[in-house]
Design a protein around this ligand. Structure first.
Ligand SMILES: [Zn+2]
Length: 538
């Protein structure tokens, strides 16, 4: 409601009626039990929970123990477990090479310093030589008549693009078209054979030095043609923005100029480059096995108990890597032992205080999120409950209780009426909600909720938020720069236990609300993501 039409008297009437009808629900959590789970999962002895590792198996058996104690029912394939198979791909740099060819002259690139190979896709085992073209953000968004590929002959070329999206494209739409699969669909159709991504210096979560440090760390993908989204992609590299001027030699443009325009997400030019890439990637592949874990808390309404409110969190992290300040273990305390710990805590409390739940709650702990949301991709394609019985997904990933909880950030807030439910649940505890204030970071497609969305399920992610311009904004920014995907995301960092407990109470309230409200959550009529629920209904 616009502020103008709401008189002070009306405002107080609304406020009073809210207080009168909705007393704050009982508090169940103080953050201590949550922290105990985080301490177990992020302990050095679990070695950073790399997908397929012994450490992750230990973490998963801890989760299964906790689920059993909380009397969840196993609904995996093998008890609580749903096995998932992967191929791991690791670049062998000593047998790989890349050069730029500028007016007949070959200029070798220093791997790690200038650029690195991206092995998430299955790259060609042959040497690839192709000319380059700059295509702005590299996006085709038919809904907005937006086309970075038009007017250029891209057949047989490798395209260069700046990561991100123009500011006039709505966040959700922009996020969707930046997924690997959607991006490759339009590039492939244009005849492109490879991609060079330049991270946008204005929106890099972690500095190039840290990105490049772990470039020999394995990438993974799900096994099976149904999961291959990059068929035909022969070459993929990421280019250091600080060295990107090399790509623009003799083109009449500079990267400085491109970055200045991209900083404010303004429209970018598209033009052929005068440089070719000659590259050969040697990649070692290994099969890897891991698992998702699925437990059910049954509802008690005769009809609604066959529907599930999903709460999900990934348990994997990135394992052991190159040392930073003498520490090689990437513990992933916030990313995402913290989210798993909330699920364990919720399951235990639902067991201790039997709530009247009409629908069932499905606790889904997924693997291989860090490898590209792979465990959830597999689960959403092969769920262990009927696909249409999942009516909502609430996903927790790195919610960051590092400041007091005044504002709950809700990626997906405006997309479905789940956002309204989240707002109500938060308000009961005196907490405001906000949509994602940093759309450039793409968080709506960067965690597991996205795979549920792709299968038609309304979903949200819940995080700690901040007022733009507040001291908290600085704290979050510093956390990303220094601790995100670094060994210092461990249990020696400061966290706000009381705030974590309050967050858990809000999540619990939201689950109860979704489980017990007659109507199923619905996408908003104007939400872009509604299309997937229409497709799923067919
Ligand atoms: Zn992560």
């Amino acid at each position: 409601m616009p502020i103008k039409v709401l008189s002070a008297a009306a405002f107080f009437a609304v406020a009073l009626s809210l207080t009168a009808q909705s007393p704050q629900p009982a508090r169940r959590f103080d953050g201590q039990s949550w922290w105990n789970h985080v301490k177990f999962l992020a302990d050095d002895s679990l070695g950073g929970r790399e997908t397929g590792s012994e450490g992750l198996r230990k973490a998963e058996s801890y989760v299964v123990d906790q689920f059993s104690k909380a009397r969840l029912q196993p609904v995996g394939i093998d008890g609580f477990y749903q096995p998932v198979k992967f191929v791991s791909r690791q670049i062998v740099e000593k047998d790989s090479s890349a050069s730029l060819i500028v007016s007949g002259k070959t200029d070798p690139l220093t791997l790690g310093e200038d650029a690195c190979f991206a092995t998430r896709a299955e790259l060609s085992s042959d040497e690839v030589t192709a000319s380059l073209a700059f295509v702005g953000y590299g996006l085709q968004i038919p809904e907005k008549n937006y086309d970075d590929l038009s007017g250029l002959d891209l057949h047989g070329k490798i395209i260069v693009y700046l990561a991100g999206s123009p500011s006039n494209i709505p966040t959700a739409l922009a996020s969707h078209y930046q997924t690997i699969g959607e991006r490759w669909k339009s590039l492939k159709q244009a005849g492109v054979i490879g991609v060079i991504t330049i991270p946008n210096p204005a929106s890099m979560d972690i500095p190039w030095s840290r990105m490049s440090l772990n470039r020999a760390h394995p990438s993974m993908d799900l096994i099976g043609p149904e999961f291959d989204e990059t068929q035909g992609l022969k070459m993929a590299m990421i280019f250091n923005p600080a060295q990107a001027e090399k790509l623009f030699a003799a083109s009449g443009h500079t990267f400085t100029e491109i970055a200045a325009v991209g900083k404010d997400r303004q429209p970018l030019p598209h033009f052929p480059l005068q440089v070719s890439l000659k590259a050969h990637a040697s990649v070692k592949t290994t099969p890897v096995e891991s698992a998702n874990i699925i437990g059910k808390l049954p509802g008690n309404d005769p009809a609604l108990k066959n529907e599930y409110v999903v709460i999900s969190a990934h348990v994997d992290h990135i394992g052991i890597g190159e040392p930073l300040n003498g520490d090689r273990i990437y513990n992933g305390a916030m990313d995402n032992a913290s989210g798993v710990a909330v699920l364990l805590d919720l399951a235990a409390k639902f067991n201790a205080h039997s709530e009247q739940l009409r629908r069932s709650i499905l606790f889904v702990i997924v693997t291989a999120e860090e490898k590209g949301l792979l465990g959830s991709k597999y689960f959403a394609a092969h769920p262990t409950v009927p696909p249409k019985s999942m009516i909502a997904d609430i996903n927790l990933d790195m919610f960051l209780p590092i400041v007091p909880l005044k504002v709950l950030k809700v990626p997906g807030l405006q997309e479905s009426d789940l956002g309204d439910r989240a707002r109500e649940a938060a308000q009961l505890f005196g907490v405001r909600v906000q949509p994602d204030p940093e759309p450039l970071r793409n968080v709506f497609i960067r965690s597991d909720q996205y795979n549920f969305i792709r299968h038609g399920v309304p979903a949200l992610k819940l995080d700690f938020g901040y007022e733009p311009g507040s001291p908290e904004q600085r704290i979050f920014k510093d956390w990303l720069t220094n601790r995100y995907h670094a060994p210092s995301d461990d249990t020696s960092q400061p966290v706000d236990l009381a705030a974590a407990g309050l967050f858990e109470d809000i999540v619990r309230q939201l689950l109860i609300s979704v489980a017990n409200t007659d109507a199923k959550p619905q996408w908003k009529a104007d939400s872009f993501f509604r299309r997937y629920s229409m497709e799923a209904a067919k």
